[in-house]
Design a protein around this ligand. Sequence first.
Ligand SMILES: [Zn+2]
Length: 119
Amino acid sequence: MIETETRLEARFTTERCPGGCGFNVLVSEFSGPLFCPQCERRLPPALRKACSDYFDYALKLRDGTVVCFSQAYIQGEFATLTDCSTNPSSYALENPMVPFPRGLDVRIADIVWCADLGH
Ligand SMILES: [Zn+2]
């Protein structure tokens, strides 16, 4: 039996953590954007994904407001959400919001849940 082993030599670069904390993280060319351990604990997974993957997401704030958005940018204790809208879902119908064409800043500590809508 012949076993073949393939070793991939990954190249690493230092990049600024996209969590807005100011720390640098070591990133391999295969791993894509990485967050530092503190931001991994602080930010919901779907919100971290929204920082690099333009898609449909929703989150709920502590006051019950549900926001649908396409992309997030983290700055300190706030997440700036872009392309906010009232998605045609029951959440949006129950919680009507006007679109914020220049983004909506929400306090990360007030996010109850965050979801990747996957459509
Ligand atoms: Zn960080």
